[in-house]
Unconditional design. Structure first.
Ligand code: SF4
Ligand code: SF4
Length: 347
């Protein structure tokens, strides 16, 4: 498995996928929910033209009925709904099986150990519709990974991992433990939002950021999001030249002290908010809009949180404090304007 793979999430371009495949990438990562299914359909179109054993396909299914604020399952979180969504993914992909199936965006022990969902995933593996089962996580990652290791049934984890996380000691320890237990570690959010400012005048040194992730021997591969041929060229170059230079290291250290757009999703701010707003998700929507320049992704995430338009309007002052010094109220007020923009106007 090459150390750089393809995060397909925001790409609907099969020529780009073909160029990555021809360039030596092996793992292509999508999800049931990306682009309302068009992402999987596009991949299904391309991969039906090449030998099935020449690539790895990973997809993710988000269990139904999970509370977006607490991350906890409900009565609607059933094995049947999970399997039905997975079967739809399989038909969009035009495949008999996927190589990796992730439970999408788990953030609590309750979800890692959710009996119905775990049973569904083990059944699909037994039926040969899935080769490896895993969990994707971008919140409470060390807890999720450590729980997965304890349970011993998981093959792979897809986790946020980048030089800007403020809990790297816990992350590095969880990754080492999981790798030692034989789990595959796939890293995402490796570019930490791609930009350090809302106006996009200061880019993250993406080559250095990716090399930094790869320099962890526990990491099996990474899935940077690729939407353009110049990005692909950069990623293919890094795939073949992985060494992080001393200068890159110094640049990353200097960047790490700046605020940037990346929210840790550490939830340290949430207890300070009397309305218990889903601040990490709102900050992620902000990063999608200004870092990824994807108002569609930002809008979808905002809808999922059900925070509504201008949820901070009832507060005189913001009592939620961010470990990175984000002006939480300002960012929420800014991004929540998207709630009132109809989807037809977003691209
Ligand atoms: S301003 Fe917003 S984030 Fe801050 S405490 Fe009030 S509702 Fe919570
Ligand atoms: S806004 Fe700040 S404190 Fe809150 S989750 Fe993000 S990084 Fe953590």
């Amino acid at each position: 498995m090459p150390v750089v793979s393809f995060g397909v999430m925001r790409s609907d371009n099969s020529s780009l996928v073909k160029a990555a495949y021809d360039g030596g990438m092996k793992l292509f990562d999508t999800a049931h929910g990306y682009m309302n299914g068009r992402n999987e359909e596009m991949l299904g179109g391309f991969f039906s033209t090449v030998p099935r054993d020449s690539f790895f396909l990973a997809t993710k299914v988000k269990p139904a009925g999970v509370d977006s604020r607490t991350g906890l399952p409900s009565r609607d979180t059933t094995a049947e709904s999970f399997i039905s969504m997975f079967n739809l993914s399989l038909s969009r992909l035009k495949m008999d099986y996927v190589d990796i199936l992730y439970m999408h965006a788990a953030e609590s022990v309750e979800m890692v150990r959710h009996k119905e969902t775990v049973r569904a995933m083990l059944d699909l593996k037994k039926q040969g519709k899935v080769r490896f089962i895993g969990i994707s996580t971008h919140k409470n990652e060390p807890l999720v990974i450590n729980t997965m290791v304890e349970d011993g049934i998981w093959d792979v984890v897809l986790t946020s991992y980048n030089y800007r996380q403020t809990y790297l000691t816990e992350m590095n320890s969880a990754i080492a433990k999981a790798a030692g237990a034989g789990m595959g570690i796939v890293a995402m959010k490796t570019m930490a939002g791609g930009w350090l400012d809302r106006e996009r005048t200061r880019p993250v040194n993406v080559q250095a950021a990716l090399r930094w992730v790869i320099s962890n021997p526990g990491v099996s591969t990474t899935i940077p999001g690729i939407t353009a041929f110049d990005q692909l060229e950069t990623d293919l170059r890094i795939m073949r030249d992985v060494a992080l230079t001393e200068q890159e290291k110094a640049e990353l250290m200097a960047e790490a002290s700046l605020q940037g757009l990346y929210c840790n999703a550490c939830s340290n701010c949430v207890p300070g908010c009397p309305n218990k707003l889903p601040i990490p998700e709102l900050m992620r929507a902000y990063m999608y809009a200004y870092g990824y320049r994807s108002p569609v992704m930002a809008s979808e995430l905002l809808s999922a949180t059900a925070a509504g338009a201008n949820p901070c309007s009832g507060c005189q002052t913001c009592t939620a404090t961010c470990v990175k010094g984000f002006d939480i109220r300002e960012k929420i007020t800014d991004i929540s304007r998207l709630v009132n923009v109809p989807n037809d106007f977003l691209s």
